[in-house]
Design a protein around this ligand. Structure first.
Ligand code: FRU
Length: 506
């Protein structure tokens, strides 16, 4: 097909996707700003993803949820399941607050060896380890109002029973004592818990998930400390056949673009202590809207990360009504060598291809002649992937805009070797004065060429540059959807440009 025909074909696909979208405009999951390629709760509030685990062919995603309002409140664990990490089905609420408190963040493991005695070896229990947050204790200004508790499920996560011996890990007097992430450390045949304890991570171990012993503390003098440490995750990843351990630590506030963000450390873990191999502070995603992310358990060597697409600076105020906040696209994590150090790279999981429709490949010669490549597409889809390669020597930018003069710009600033998302003119921002800002991520790669991959959804954009070495996530709220897509290439050759419209997951 020549380029005109291809463009026509894409216009046709785009027009029919747009028509479908318009028809469904007010229906559930198709309200204004509702993301079409990302999980968000059917209605009401969400923040952190919790208890993510793969079991018997199903991915489970639990999430911090307040089912009575679209603002943060007494926390429950909502629940959703997926066969492919992309299409999600919301299930009944898994955990309700009780007399020990709200149900804060935590993790789920499959107790294959029945160490807890909650199941049997033939029918192992799924066990949730979460923080009980006692609001009365908090109000009374005590310090021991966050404790770790258990619940288990014998029917693959559909219903849950809280353990009568809760809490299993009592607070020693630390105000911020939460977000347990547990995994089976096979070498020593024990469970290991990473717990956020104010300004550090404390590691505990247990033979049975009920009795916990403190092993060590990490990080009081390392990394970023602009806010409280939350939501840790510790897991191994290989680089060139050698095993490393990665520790994720979310912090709020104090992120590189203000507010909430997630830093990470690469190093070694011996079952007791975590030792980082570099003292540099690194961030899994520099954007303002990727927080409290952790990885799915039980996925073997594959590590899939998912974060909350929000920021505590304004999460309670973003202009959605029926529901509030969503999750990032699930991301495959890998370690990469760049600029003489080891970095964590993230890219969208390959399962995203399941919803990709016909790809438009744009001719390199055609692109070279043009500075505003996609003005030819009359109407862009509401969700799509855009990819291209280019030299990293001059500025370039992708501009999404609408007829109201609103625009979102994602680009590269060559003079400062950094990528950015500029949402200063992207749409609504009066709900919070911190919202309209430019977020930057340094370019880590030293290669002369770069690749640029954008995942655009109705009200979110995720940038994965240089194979995911530089990542930025941001949400935005235009008055009307963006309908045009331009690329400013400053005369530079843009190669292998593809645009892939995505089908809605709902
Ligand atoms: C992170 C966090 C966690 C806590 C949860 C409460 O966003 O503050 O530390 O468990 O949210 O909803």
């Amino acid at each position: 097909m020549n380029i005109q025909k291809r463009l026509l074909a894409v216009c046709f696909i785009v027009a029919s996707i747009t028509a479908q979208a318009q028809k469904a405009a007010s229906k559930l999951y198709h309200e204004p700003y509702r993301l079409q390629a990302h999980f968000s709760p059917k209605e009401k509030w969400t923040n952190d993803p919790n208890g993510m685990v793969y079991y018997k062919g199903t991915y489970h995603l639990f999430f911090q949820h307040y089912p009575k309002a679209s603002v943060w409140g007494p926390m429950h664990w909502g629940h959703a399941v997926s066969k492919d990490l992309i299409h999600w089905k919301q299930m009944p609420i898994a955990l309700y607050p009780d007399k020990l408190g709200y149900i804060f963040s935590g993790s789920v493991v499959v107790d294959e060896n029945n160490t807890s005695g909650f199941g049997t070896k033939d029918k192992p229990a799924m066990v949730a380890i979460f923080t009980h947050h006692n609001p009365k204790g908090e109000k009374a200004n005590t310090s021991a109002f966050q404790n770790q508790s258990l619940a288990y499920s014998l029917n693959e996560g559909v219903t849950w029973v809280k353990y009568l011996g809760n809490p299993v890990l009592k607070n020693p007097g630390i105000k911020d004592f939460r977000d347990p992430k547990v995994f089976w450390y096979a070498k020593d045949k024990k469970w290991v818990m990473s717990l956020a304890t104010k300004d550090r991570i404390t590691f505990y171990s247990s033979p049975n998930l009920k009795d916990w012993k403190k092993e060590s503390d990490f990080g009081q003098m390392l990394g970023a400390h602009g806010g409280v440490w939350e939501c840790p995750d510790l897991f191994p990843l290989k680089l060139n056949g050698k095993e490393y351990w990665v520790l994720l630590v979310s912090i709020n506030p104090g992120g590189p673009n203000k507010g909430s963000a997630t830093q990470y450390f690469v190093g070694h873990f011996d079952g007791k202590n975590f030792t980082p191999s570099s003292n540099q502070t690194k961030w899994i995603d520099y954007g303002p809207d990727d927080y409290a992310g952790v990885t799915f358990g039980n996925t073997g060597n594959r590590k899939v990360f998912l974060g909350w697409m929000g920021n505590w600076m304004y999460a309670n105020e973003v202009p959605t009504v029926k529901w509030r906040n969503a999750m990032t696209i699930p991301r495959e994590l890998s370690l990469k060598l760049a600029a003489g150090d080891i970095y964590l790279a993230s890219t969208p999981v390959k399962e995203l291809n399941k919803i990709a429709t016909q790809t438009l490949d744009v001719d390199a010669l055609q692109l070279a002649k043009n500075n505003n490549i996609f003005s030819v597409i009359k109407q862009t889809p509401t969700q799509y992937v855009l990819k291209f390669n280019t030299a990293a020597v001059k500025d370039y930018a992708v501009v999404l805009s609408n007829a109201y003069g609103e625009k979102l710009v994602v680009g590269y600033d060559a003079a400062n070797s950094r990528y950015y998302i500029d949402r200063t003119k992207a749409g609504q921002s009066a709900f919070n004065k911190q919202f309209a800002a430019i977020a930057y991520v340094p370019r880590v790669s030293l290669l002369p060429t770069s690749n640029f991959e954008l995942l655009v959804d109705v009200s979110s954009v995720e940038l994965f540059a240089d194979g995911g070495l530089s990542t930025l996530t941001g949400i935005y709220f235009p008055k009307k959807p963006y309908t045009s897509l331009g690329i400013i290439n400053n005369g530079m050759e843009i190669e292998k440009l593809q645009i892939q419209p995505l089908k809605s997951i709902w």
